[in-house]
Design a binder for this molecule. Structure first.
Ligand code: SF4
Length: 332
Protein backbone atom coordinates (compact mmCIF):
# COMPACT_ATOMS: atom_id res chain seq x y z
CA UNK A 1 0.00 0.00 0.00
CA UNK A 2 1.15 3.51 -0.76
CA UNK A 3 1.07 4.20 2.94
CA UNK A 4 2.61 7.67 2.77
CA UNK A 5 -0.01 8.91 0.29
CA UNK A 6 -2.81 7.36 2.32
CA UNK A 7 -1.48 8.77 5.59
CA UNK A 8 -1.37 12.22 4.03
CA UNK A 9 -5.09 11.81 3.39
CA UNK A 10 -5.87 10.22 6.74
CA UNK A 11 -8.41 12.85 7.75
CA UNK A 12 -10.34 12.52 4.52
CA UNK A 13 -13.16 10.17 3.57
CA UNK A 14 -12.98 7.37 0.99
CA UNK A 15 -15.43 7.67 -1.87
CA UNK A 16 -16.17 5.54 -4.90
CA UNK A 17 -16.50 7.55 -8.13
CA UNK A 18 -20.20 7.57 -9.07
CA UNK A 19 -19.31 6.39 -12.60
CA UNK A 20 -17.68 3.25 -11.16
CA UNK A 21 -20.25 0.58 -10.39
CA UNK A 22 -19.17 -2.43 -8.29
CA UNK A 23 -21.24 -5.51 -9.19
CA UNK A 24 -21.06 -8.74 -7.23
CA UNK A 25 -21.46 -12.02 -9.10
CA UNK A 26 -21.64 -15.59 -7.83
CA UNK A 27 -18.04 -16.56 -8.53
CA UNK A 28 -16.43 -13.15 -9.11
CA UNK A 29 -17.30 -9.49 -9.28
CA UNK A 30 -16.84 -6.66 -11.74
CA UNK A 31 -16.35 -2.93 -11.58
CA UNK A 32 -18.02 -1.10 -14.46
CA UNK A 33 -16.39 2.20 -15.36
CA UNK A 34 -19.29 3.68 -17.29
CA UNK A 35 -17.38 6.85 -18.10
CA UNK A 36 -14.32 5.17 -19.59
CA UNK A 37 -16.54 2.37 -20.94
CA UNK A 38 -14.38 -0.34 -19.39
CA UNK A 39 -15.01 -3.33 -17.18
CA UNK A 40 -12.57 -4.75 -14.61
CA UNK A 41 -13.16 -8.29 -13.39
CA UNK A 42 -12.26 -8.56 -9.71
CA UNK A 43 -12.72 -10.99 -6.80
CA UNK A 44 -16.02 -10.71 -4.93
CA UNK A 45 -14.05 -9.97 -1.78
CA UNK A 46 -12.97 -6.70 -3.40
CA UNK A 47 -16.61 -5.75 -4.03
CA UNK A 48 -17.37 -6.44 -0.33
CA UNK A 49 -14.30 -4.40 0.63
CA UNK A 50 -15.50 -1.43 -1.46
CA UNK A 51 -18.90 -1.55 0.23
CA UNK A 52 -17.23 -1.76 3.63
CA UNK A 53 -14.80 1.14 3.23
CA UNK A 54 -16.87 3.61 1.25
CA UNK A 55 -17.66 6.87 3.02
CA UNK A 56 -15.33 5.87 5.88
CA UNK A 57 -12.42 7.92 7.15
CA UNK A 58 -9.01 6.88 5.73
CA UNK A 59 -7.50 6.83 9.25
CA UNK A 60 -10.10 4.39 10.53
CA UNK A 61 -9.61 2.02 7.53
CA UNK A 62 -5.80 2.24 7.90
CA UNK A 63 -6.07 1.39 11.57
CA UNK A 64 -8.48 -1.51 11.09
CA UNK A 65 -6.52 -3.12 8.24
CA UNK A 66 -3.01 -2.26 9.47
CA UNK A 67 -1.91 -5.91 9.46
CA UNK A 68 -3.99 -7.03 6.48
CA UNK A 69 -1.80 -7.19 3.35
CA UNK A 70 -4.71 -8.06 1.04
CA UNK A 71 -6.71 -5.01 2.16
CA UNK A 72 -3.64 -2.89 1.40
CA UNK A 73 -3.40 -4.37 -2.10
CA UNK A 74 -7.09 -3.79 -2.74
CA UNK A 75 -6.91 -0.15 -1.64
CA UNK A 76 -3.83 0.39 -3.80
CA UNK A 77 -5.58 -1.19 -6.80
CA UNK A 78 -8.75 0.87 -6.33
CA UNK A 79 -6.77 4.06 -6.03
CA UNK A 80 -4.43 3.37 -8.99
CA UNK A 81 -7.38 2.52 -11.24
CA UNK A 82 -9.14 5.68 -10.07
CA UNK A 83 -12.16 3.84 -8.71
CA UNK A 84 -11.87 5.64 -5.35
CA UNK A 85 -10.85 9.11 -4.27
CA UNK A 86 -10.39 10.93 -0.97
CA UNK A 87 -12.30 14.02 0.08
CA UNK A 88 -13.12 16.13 3.11
CA UNK A 89 -16.78 15.83 2.14
CA UNK A 90 -18.52 13.07 4.09
CA UNK A 91 -20.84 11.82 1.34
CA UNK A 92 -21.70 12.35 -2.34
CA UNK A 93 -24.98 11.52 -4.10
CA UNK A 94 -25.02 8.14 -5.87
CA UNK A 95 -26.25 7.54 -9.43
CA UNK A 96 -30.01 7.36 -9.59
CA UNK A 97 -31.38 3.87 -10.27
CA UNK A 98 -34.44 5.36 -11.93
CA UNK A 99 -34.58 5.60 -15.69
CA UNK A 100 -33.51 8.89 -17.14
CA UNK A 101 -33.68 7.43 -20.61
CA UNK A 102 -34.87 10.25 -22.82
CA UNK A 103 -34.58 8.29 -26.02
CA UNK A 104 -37.64 8.69 -28.23
CA UNK A 105 -36.89 5.79 -30.62
CA UNK A 106 -39.47 3.04 -30.91
CA UNK A 107 -36.67 0.67 -31.92
CA UNK A 108 -33.01 1.53 -31.27
CA UNK A 109 -31.08 -1.43 -32.69
CA UNK A 110 -32.00 -3.36 -35.80
CA UNK A 111 -30.21 -6.16 -37.62
CA UNK A 112 -31.57 -6.85 -41.07
CA UNK A 113 -30.71 -9.61 -43.52
CA UNK A 114 -30.45 -8.34 -47.09
CA UNK A 115 -32.30 -10.53 -49.62
CA UNK A 116 -34.22 -10.18 -52.86
CA UNK A 117 -37.39 -9.59 -50.83
CA UNK A 118 -35.75 -6.87 -48.73
CA UNK A 119 -34.16 -5.23 -51.80
CA UNK A 120 -37.52 -5.18 -53.61
CA UNK A 121 -39.14 -3.37 -50.68
CA UNK A 122 -36.30 -1.06 -49.71
CA UNK A 123 -38.20 2.23 -49.93
CA UNK A 124 -40.91 1.06 -47.51
CA UNK A 125 -38.31 -0.52 -45.21
CA UNK A 126 -36.06 2.56 -45.07
CA UNK A 127 -39.13 4.68 -44.37
CA UNK A 128 -40.07 2.37 -41.46
CA UNK A 129 -36.50 2.35 -40.15
CA UNK A 130 -36.61 6.12 -40.13
CA UNK A 131 -40.04 6.42 -38.52
CA UNK A 132 -39.11 3.85 -35.86
CA UNK A 133 -36.12 6.02 -34.99
CA UNK A 134 -33.56 3.23 -35.40
CA UNK A 135 -30.16 4.53 -34.25
CA UNK A 136 -27.96 1.52 -34.88
CA UNK A 137 -28.52 -0.54 -37.98
CA UNK A 138 -26.63 -3.69 -38.89
CA UNK A 139 -27.12 -5.13 -42.39
CA UNK A 140 -26.14 -8.72 -43.09
CA UNK A 141 -25.26 -9.50 -46.70
CA UNK A 142 -24.36 -12.87 -48.22
CA UNK A 143 -23.39 -11.56 -51.69
CA UNK A 144 -19.73 -12.17 -52.59
CA UNK A 145 -19.57 -8.79 -54.33
CA UNK A 146 -21.71 -6.32 -52.38
CA UNK A 147 -19.88 -2.98 -52.50
CA UNK A 148 -22.55 -1.53 -54.85
CA UNK A 149 -25.35 -2.62 -52.53
CA UNK A 150 -23.59 -1.05 -49.52
CA UNK A 151 -23.16 2.26 -51.34
CA UNK A 152 -26.84 2.23 -52.30
CA UNK A 153 -27.98 1.51 -48.75
CA UNK A 154 -25.77 4.21 -47.29
CA UNK A 155 -27.15 6.63 -49.86
CA UNK A 156 -30.74 5.74 -48.92
CA UNK A 157 -29.91 6.29 -45.24
CA UNK A 158 -28.44 9.72 -45.91
CA UNK A 159 -31.32 11.68 -44.37
CA UNK A 160 -32.31 9.06 -41.80
CA UNK A 161 -32.03 9.14 -37.98
CA UNK A 162 -29.62 6.19 -38.14
CA UNK A 163 -26.29 7.36 -36.74
CA UNK A 164 -24.41 4.06 -36.64
CA UNK A 165 -24.38 1.57 -39.52
CA UNK A 166 -22.45 -1.66 -39.81
CA UNK A 167 -22.40 -4.46 -42.37
CA UNK A 168 -21.41 -8.10 -42.33
CA UNK A 169 -20.46 -9.74 -45.62
CA UNK A 170 -18.30 -12.51 -47.07
CA UNK A 171 -14.57 -11.76 -47.20
CA UNK A 172 -13.95 -9.53 -50.24
CA UNK A 173 -12.10 -6.43 -51.46
CA UNK A 174 -13.44 -3.30 -49.77
CA UNK A 175 -14.10 -0.11 -51.70
CA UNK A 176 -12.08 2.49 -49.80
CA UNK A 177 -14.62 5.22 -50.64
CA UNK A 178 -16.82 3.66 -47.93
CA UNK A 179 -14.44 4.98 -45.28
CA UNK A 180 -15.62 8.54 -46.03
CA UNK A 181 -19.17 7.83 -44.89
CA UNK A 182 -19.62 9.18 -41.38
CA UNK A 183 -22.53 6.85 -40.53
CA UNK A 184 -20.54 3.73 -41.29
CA UNK A 185 -18.81 2.43 -38.17
CA UNK A 186 -17.92 -1.23 -38.78
CA UNK A 187 -17.52 -3.89 -41.44
CA UNK A 188 -17.45 -7.57 -40.45
CA UNK A 189 -15.90 -9.81 -43.08
CA UNK A 190 -16.68 -13.45 -42.35
CA UNK A 191 -14.90 -16.45 -43.89
CA UNK A 192 -11.68 -14.40 -43.77
CA UNK A 193 -8.37 -16.32 -44.07
CA UNK A 194 -7.24 -14.95 -40.69
CA UNK A 195 -8.57 -12.90 -37.81
CA UNK A 196 -7.53 -9.25 -37.72
CA UNK A 197 -8.89 -5.81 -36.88
CA UNK A 198 -8.17 -2.73 -38.98
CA UNK A 199 -9.14 0.89 -38.38
CA UNK A 200 -9.77 3.24 -41.33
CA UNK A 201 -10.98 6.72 -40.38
CA UNK A 202 -14.05 6.04 -38.23
CA UNK A 203 -14.62 2.57 -39.72
CA UNK A 204 -13.32 -0.57 -38.03
CA UNK A 205 -12.93 -3.69 -40.18
CA UNK A 206 -13.23 -6.99 -38.34
CA UNK A 207 -11.89 -9.93 -40.31
CA UNK A 208 -13.35 -13.09 -38.81
CA UNK A 209 -12.73 -16.67 -39.77
CA UNK A 210 -16.14 -18.07 -38.78
CA UNK A 211 -18.92 -18.52 -41.33
CA UNK A 212 -22.02 -16.37 -41.19
CA UNK A 213 -24.10 -19.33 -39.97
CA UNK A 214 -22.66 -18.77 -36.49
CA UNK A 215 -22.45 -15.00 -36.48
CA UNK A 216 -25.86 -14.19 -35.06
CA UNK A 217 -26.33 -17.09 -32.68
CA UNK A 218 -26.84 -15.60 -29.22
CA UNK A 219 -23.53 -16.39 -27.59
CA UNK A 220 -21.83 -14.52 -24.78
CA UNK A 221 -18.24 -13.35 -24.99
CA UNK A 222 -16.52 -10.27 -23.61
CA UNK A 223 -17.25 -8.39 -26.89
CA UNK A 224 -20.98 -8.66 -26.24
CA UNK A 225 -20.84 -6.40 -23.18
CA UNK A 226 -21.80 -2.76 -23.47
CA UNK A 227 -20.39 -0.69 -20.62
CA UNK A 228 -21.63 2.89 -20.67
CA UNK A 229 -24.13 5.05 -18.83
CA UNK A 230 -26.98 4.56 -21.34
CA UNK A 231 -26.63 0.77 -21.33
CA UNK A 232 -26.36 0.69 -17.52
CA UNK A 233 -29.43 2.85 -17.18
CA UNK A 234 -31.43 0.63 -19.52
CA UNK A 235 -30.20 -2.53 -17.74
CA UNK A 236 -31.32 -1.18 -14.36
CA UNK A 237 -34.83 -0.65 -15.70
CA UNK A 238 -35.28 -3.10 -18.61
CA UNK A 239 -33.72 -6.13 -20.26
CA UNK A 240 -30.73 -4.56 -22.04
CA UNK A 241 -30.39 -7.50 -24.48
CA UNK A 242 -33.84 -7.23 -26.02
CA UNK A 243 -35.02 -3.71 -25.17
CA UNK A 244 -35.87 -1.89 -28.43
CA UNK A 245 -33.77 -4.45 -30.31
CA UNK A 246 -34.98 -6.51 -33.27
CA UNK A 247 -33.72 -8.97 -35.84
CA UNK A 248 -35.29 -8.87 -39.31
CA UNK A 249 -34.85 -12.01 -41.40
CA UNK A 250 -34.62 -12.32 -45.20
CA UNK A 251 -38.44 -12.49 -45.45
CA UNK A 252 -38.80 -9.31 -43.44
CA UNK A 253 -40.08 -11.10 -40.33
CA UNK A 254 -39.42 -9.14 -37.15
CA UNK A 255 -38.06 -11.28 -34.29
CA UNK A 256 -35.91 -10.91 -31.20
CA UNK A 257 -33.02 -12.92 -32.63
CA UNK A 258 -32.11 -15.29 -35.46
CA UNK A 259 -33.22 -18.37 -33.50
CA UNK A 260 -36.60 -16.90 -32.56
CA UNK A 261 -39.41 -19.06 -34.01
CA UNK A 262 -41.99 -16.30 -33.51
CA UNK A 263 -42.62 -13.58 -36.03
CA UNK A 264 -43.99 -10.44 -34.40
CA UNK A 265 -44.75 -8.69 -37.68
CA UNK A 266 -43.09 -7.75 -40.94
CA UNK A 267 -40.79 -4.83 -41.64
CA UNK A 268 -42.83 -4.10 -44.80
CA UNK A 269 -46.02 -3.63 -42.73
CA UNK A 270 -47.32 -0.10 -42.32
CA UNK A 271 -45.74 1.99 -39.58
CA UNK A 272 -49.06 1.96 -37.76
CA UNK A 273 -49.29 -1.85 -37.89
CA UNK A 274 -45.75 -2.12 -36.53
CA UNK A 275 -46.30 0.29 -33.67
CA UNK A 276 -49.72 -0.97 -32.63
CA UNK A 277 -49.11 -4.69 -33.23
CA UNK A 278 -45.46 -5.68 -33.42
CA UNK A 279 -44.07 -3.31 -30.82
CA UNK A 280 -46.89 -4.04 -28.42
CA UNK A 281 -46.04 -7.76 -28.53
CA UNK A 282 -42.27 -7.27 -28.37
CA UNK A 283 -42.42 -4.84 -25.48
CA UNK A 284 -44.29 -7.31 -23.26
CA UNK A 285 -40.98 -8.81 -22.19
CA UNK A 286 -38.72 -5.73 -22.37
CA UNK A 287 -39.04 -5.15 -18.66
CA UNK A 288 -38.02 -8.64 -17.55
CA UNK A 289 -34.70 -7.44 -16.16
CA UNK A 290 -31.65 -9.68 -15.85
CA UNK A 291 -32.11 -9.35 -12.09
CA UNK A 292 -35.30 -11.43 -12.52
CA UNK A 293 -33.77 -14.10 -14.77
CA UNK A 294 -31.72 -17.15 -13.76
CA UNK A 295 -28.75 -17.39 -13.92
CA UNK A 296 -28.32 -13.72 -14.97
CA UNK A 297 -29.40 -12.63 -11.47
CA UNK A 298 -26.08 -13.93 -10.08
CA UNK A 299 -23.95 -12.90 -13.07
CA UNK A 300 -21.42 -10.07 -12.87
CA UNK A 301 -22.39 -9.03 -16.44
CA UNK A 302 -26.10 -8.53 -15.66
CA UNK A 303 -25.96 -4.75 -16.15
CA UNK A 304 -23.93 -4.79 -19.38
CA UNK A 305 -24.70 -8.05 -21.21
CA UNK A 306 -26.30 -7.58 -24.63
CA UNK A 307 -26.59 -11.21 -25.78
CA UNK A 308 -30.11 -11.51 -27.16
CA UNK A 309 -31.32 -14.45 -25.10
CA UNK A 310 -35.11 -14.53 -24.87
CA UNK A 311 -36.20 -15.26 -21.28
CA UNK A 312 -38.59 -18.19 -20.86
CA UNK A 313 -41.01 -18.83 -18.02
CA UNK A 314 -40.13 -21.33 -15.31
CA UNK A 315 -42.01 -22.46 -12.18
CA UNK A 316 -40.38 -19.77 -10.09
CA UNK A 317 -39.67 -16.95 -12.53
CA UNK A 318 -37.69 -16.61 -15.76
CA UNK A 319 -34.54 -18.23 -17.14
CA UNK A 320 -32.21 -18.17 -20.12
CA UNK A 321 -29.88 -20.84 -21.40
CA UNK A 322 -26.50 -19.12 -21.62
CA UNK A 323 -23.06 -20.36 -22.68
CA UNK A 324 -21.55 -18.38 -19.78
CA UNK A 325 -21.83 -20.02 -16.40
CA UNK A 326 -21.72 -17.41 -13.62
CA UNK A 327 -21.48 -20.20 -11.01
CA UNK A 328 -18.01 -21.07 -12.29
CA UNK A 329 -17.09 -17.97 -14.37
CA UNK A 330 -16.50 -20.28 -17.33
CA UNK A 331 -17.59 -20.20 -20.96
CA UNK A 332 -19.04 -23.37 -22.46
S1 SF4 B 1 -25.79 -15.38 -17.55
FE1 SF4 B 1 -27.16 -13.77 -18.32
S2 SF4 B 1 -26.11 -11.84 -17.86
FE2 SF4 B 1 -24.61 -13.48 -17.69
S3 SF4 B 1 -23.63 -13.58 -19.68
FE3 SF4 B 1 -25.33 -15.06 -19.72
S4 SF4 B 1 -27.10 -13.94 -20.53
FE4 SF4 B 1 -25.55 -12.43 -19.94
Amino acid sequence: MELTYLRNNKDKYIHVFSCCIPVKGHERGAIYDIQREEIELVPNTMIDFIEYIKNRKVSSVLEEFELDKMAGKYLDFLEKNEFVFYSNTVSFPELSAKSINEDTSVIQFMTITLSEFISNNLDRIISNINDLGVKRLHVHITDQDCMGAIHELLHLLEHSRVTNVSFSMPYQKIDKKLYNNNRLKALYLFNAPKEKVEANNEVTNFFITVSDARMFLPKFNINTVDVNSTAYNIAKNYNLSIYKTVFVDELGKIKFNISDKTSYGNITDSFEEITTGTIKKLSMIWDIKKEDIAPCNICEFRYCCTVTHIPFKTDDGYAVSCNYNPHTAELN
